[in-house]
Ligand binder design. Structure first.
Ligand code: OXD
Length: 310
């Protein structure tokens, strides 16, 4: 029987325990801090554990993230180098991320900030809507989540572009890659959605230069990580009128400080990192499948490549 440590400050532990118990009744789940013997732990299912916790488990064989991003794991200097890491990418999460992206784009596309202000003022003015086919959507990051978002925008009839580090081909999506491809996608899209992983290459990627390449009066949606954005450059692009608005779910520091200028900026919409949650039932199925694959020495589809950082 295998033993798995569970650590998360934000996920519903009871639901995870019962979902895992249904699918893998033999799995012994130890919820931190009730680990008992550290040497007994084979697997760790975690979201942002304290630094040093994973390295204190001498027989750890696999680390499974509860979320899609794993940048926080690499902040722990003592993270064991030889233990494979698996990301969570389940269907519910992909659905939630794409719903959020669609909602954010349509918020700007259908001029909701203006109609919300008009409602407050009791103003019945009508404005000609933007046309779907004239306002391309660009998705930065074409992993599983980015691809699902792209497919859904294609289905809504938006011209859909995508950017990835290396070349990709996706039906119905104009794919760009590399640094020149980034300039190209930014120049062509009215709505730019960031779902990039956070790595040393993408940290601060949304800076003044990036924003200058975006179309005048275009919109940024960030559901990647807060550290992708240089906040003061984004604020400048909004204040100088270059950018039409930003829809932000992730921030450098979370919770966002109460005096951060994003809070009451008229062109910014903020949500508290809720674009997607990991559903315990769906997530538990993903974890159990990965553990079976691992035990049978089969390839793990969401195995993190440490040299890439995702
Ligand atoms: C994340 C997640 O990685 O919510 O941010 O899954």
């Amino acid at each position: 029987m295998a033993t798995m440590l569970f650590y998360s400050d934000i996920d519903p532990i009871d639901q995870w325990q019962s979902a895992l118990a249904k699918l893998a009744p033999d799995l012994d789940i130890r919820v931190y801090p009730d680990i008992n013997e550290a040497a007994e732990i084979d697997y760790a299912l975690v979201w942002k554990p304290p630094a040093g916790l994973l390295s204190s488990l001498p027989n750890l064989k696999l680390i499974h993230s509860i979320g899609a991003g794993v940048d926080w794991l690499f902040e722990d200097a003592s993270l064991p180098d030889d233990v494979p890491i698996v990301r969570m990418v389940d269907k519910c999460m992909k659905n939630m991320m794409s719903e959020y992206a669609i909602y954010a784009v349509l918020h700007f596309h259908r001029d909701m900030p203006r109609y919300q202000a008009q409602q407050k003022a009791g103003d019945w003015s009508r404005h000609w809507p933007a046309m779907t086919t004239d306002n391309p959507v660009g998705i930065l990051g074409l992993g599983e989540i980015g691809q699902m978002i792209a497919r859904k925008f294609t289905a809504l009839d938006f011209q859909t572009h995508g950017w990835s580090r290396s070349a990709k081909q996706i039906d119905g999506v104009t794919c760009h890659h590399g640094p020149d491809g980034m300039q190209d996608i930014l120049a062509r899209c009215q709505y730019v959605i960031c779902v990039l992983p956070l790595t040393s290459e993408t940290n601060g990627i949304i800076d003044g230069k990036f924003l200058k390449h975006m179309r005048p009066n275009s919109f940024l949606i960030n559901i990647g990580r807060g550290a992708h954005v240089v906040d003061r450059d984004l604020l400048a692009a909004l204040d100088q009128g270059h950018l039409g608005g930003a829809f932000l779910d992730v921030f450098h520091d979370e919770p966002l400080a109460s005096d951060h200028p994003f809070w009451d900026h008229p062109k910014v919409v903020i949500t508290p990192h809720i674009a997607a949650e990991t559903d315990p039932a769906d997530g538990a199925a993903e974890v159990v499948n990965n553990l079976y694959r691992f035990e049978r020495n089969e390839p793990l589809p969401t195995l993190v490549e440490r040299n890439r950082g995702y």
